[in-house]
Each structure stands twice: as C-alpha cells, then as structure tokens.
Ligand binder design. Sequence first.
Ligand SMILES: Nc1ncnc2c1ncn2[C@@H]1O[C@H](COP(=O)(O)OP(=O)(O)O)[C@@H](O)[C@H]1O
Ligand SMILES: [Mg+2]
Length: 276
Amino acid sequence: MSKEERINTFKTKIELPSVKSIIAIASGKGGVGKSTIASNLASALSKTGVKVALVDADIYGPSIPLMFNVVNQKPQVHESNGKKTIVPIEKYGIKLLSIGFFIDSEQAAIWRGPMASKILVQLFEDTEWGEIDYMIIDLPPGTSDIQLTITQKLELSGAIIVTTPQNVALASVKKAIEMLRQDKIRVPILGIVENMSYFISKEFPNKRFYIYGKGGGDKISKELNIPLIARIPIDREVCETGDAGKPIAMQNQGLISEKFRDLAGLLIENTKKEEV
Ligand SMILES: Nc1ncnc2c1ncn2[C@@H]1O[C@H](COP(=O)(O)OP(=O)(O)O)[C@@H](O)[C@H]1O
Ligand SMILES: [Mg+2]
C-alpha cells in the first residue's frame, strides 16, 4: 500500500466530543526526550487547573507508565449493553492511557503498522475520557503508520516538535515536519522545543554549557518558519524524576519546572486565540 492509499483508508475521523484540544508531541527520532516533554507538559498544564489527558501512542516503546509510576496498573474495563469501555488510569489528576497497560512491548514489536494503528484507534474510541481540556499525545518517533493514523483520524489542534541541538537530530526533524505539513494532513505546528539545550552546573550558575552544540533549534526555526517555544536544559533531575514516576514539572520551584510552566502558559494562550 502506498502512503497515499493508507491515508485514504484512514479517512473516517475519530470523534472525541468531550475533548477540547488535542496536541501531538512529535519528533524525528527517538531518545530526544519526546516522552519527557509530553509528561512534563501534561503535568504543568494540569497544575494550572485544566483537565488533562496524556496518551502514549508510542506503541513500540511506551514509557508513560514508567514516568508516572503506574507500570503494573491495569485500567478498569466497564461493560454495559454489551459494549466495553476503558477507564483511563488517573495519576496526579491526569488521565493516562498507554498501550503499555495492556501488553508488553515485545508483544507490540511483532505487530505490523496497520495492525498497531487499528488497535490504537480502538483505544481512543473505547475510552471513557470525560471532560478534557487538553489531550497530549506522545507520538512514536519518525513518520510511520501510527503518525499518519493519528494525524489523519484525530482533529488535532496542533503539534509540538521536540529536537536536540545536534545536526543529525535536525535532519530527521525536518522530515517529521514535512509530513505534518502534507496537503492531506496539515496539522498546525505550534512550535519547536529544543531539549537538552544546555547544562548549568551548581558551581557556575550563570554559565550555560552547550554540550550538544548551540543554535540547532534556532536554525530549524528560521529555516522552516516555526517558532522555537522552549529550551529545556539537560539536568540529571529530569531523568531521575522521570524514572521515579513523578515528572519534574510537578515541583513548585526550580528552573525546569518554570520552563514547563511557561510552555503550558503559552499553549493555553495559543489555544485561547483559536477559540476567539
Ligand atoms: N532535559 C533532560 N535532561 C536530562 N535527561 C533527559 C532530558 N530529557 C530527556 N532525558 C532523558 O533522556 C532519555 C530519553 O528521553 P525520552 O523522553 O524517553 O525520549 P523519547 O521519548 O524521545 O525517546 C530518558 O532517560 C530521559 O529521562
Ligand atoms: Mg518516548
């Protein structure tokens, strides 16, 4: 099947009437911090008092269950009139859904793209979301069937692109952006987040160390005319809090938590403008 044909097969939209804004977090390649940004943005949004859902669509490498310390939890399934519905797992006030709640990633690895997409669509449709202001979707890296399915079948308010400052990351980012800008997809790109931008040490709090190079996010922002909306420093605590199951943005203080608060604020402002 050509990409074109696949897009056509997925034409019918998924209706999620109780969800106001859906934002996809995308990247060109894995390991750039997409799940970290998705989890922390969801946390920062939730702290402002809005209702948030976080969907882990990275079917081959789900990490949201770990980042929220709910690895062994299983969502409840309700059955009424012969129809089964899934109740998302709620943590820190955020409704979570991940393929990782249902199967292990080795099992998912044997699914081919169309099969994985079908299962994902079913998960979206069969879940009792309730009222949600922002649904954040952690997409798999790259430009595969899953991205096509989600960007085609869901009415997305926009996408945020995550990258790191290196050149190799930038080349793949361009591809991901090109996909989102295709005629039949046309997801508005809200901005680029440059992750692992720089390092600040305790000894030199006013100095930024550009470990992975400097200016990559700016370069792509200028080239593709997309705003750079955040620079997130590299910090051991980001990694540790992620592994410990409580995103750093849940903290009330600290530079990184502030960065995510600003990013959440920006997103809220942006989506408000759309409503006017
Ligand atoms: N700003 C950061 N500072 C330190 N570690 C980070 C940062 N962002 C991500 N990481 C770590 O890098 C690894 C990859 O991040 P992850 O969010 O899983 O990437 P992706 O979802 O793009 O594959 C994880 O161990 C994560 O904790
Ligand atoms: Mg991930």
